[in-house]
Design a protein around this ligand. Sequence first.
Ligand code: IPD
Ligand code: CA
Length: 280
Amino acid sequence: MTDIWQSAMDHAVAVARKAGQVVRDAVGGVQKEAVMVKSSSIDLVTETDQKVEKLIIESIKEKFPTHCFIGEESVAAGEVCLLSDSPTWIIDPIDGTTNFVHTFPYVAVSIGFSVNKQVEFGVVYSCLRDEMYTARRGKGAFCDGRPLQVSQQQDIRQALVATEFGSNRDPPAVDKMFSSLKRVLSIPVHGVRGAGSAAINLCLVASGCVEAYYEIGIHVWDIAAGLLIVSEAGGVLMDVKGGPLDLMSRRILAANNRSVAERLAKEIDDFSVRRDDDAS
Ligand code: IPD
Ligand code: CA
């Protein structure tokens, strides 16, 4: 990576911190009527999500006016979600909006940056806990400047696994989520957890607190930053069925090593979701 991306990353860290302050100031004050819904009655969005995304994009545009953007709330407002080879900022202003609404303390600002469809750096600011996770391709992953390293556990029967149920309540999808969960629990693993934020789940893999995380139904903005944090901490990323990870497919399996990931992939039941780049 050339130096030009270092200054972009420094800007991402600064703007994530500023955005996180706005989120911190707003948490606890969300009135019921201020909670809106998107793809389903449990896919929540608030004015703070929209305000924070605007703040982040305006600040980045001032410094990098030619760059492209994929932002969760801009896409919700009708912008296209297309990942090109151009420098692209992939933004989730609040990852864990449901947590934010309920004051559950895992809420993140997530900013990934890709060039040629490859993530060059990622910043996840766990703003209620004031933890700044960062990674630059080829340069390691850090939390508040401390290097991160995935768990060294090889035996999946000694693993903690994170997953989420997302906001898809279609009965066939829910059946598949539960059958996967049953099969994963029956391996058996030590336990199953979920922070309520895909970005934070990925940071937990990178930190060695959980061995793996999988989910079908996430979006590119939930994972763009966190996936680099996992790989730079020594972890692996793949599709939930074990093939290569496809950023726009809305499926992810992240783990501390390949054998844990491949073992887990055998237990995950597949279901289809519409791709992020499906404009039809
Ligand atoms: C959601 C969170 C959640 C995951 C969903 C995501 P949002 O993001 O990351 O943990 O289960 O799939 O969409 O809506 O809070 O930005
Ligand atoms: Ca969000």
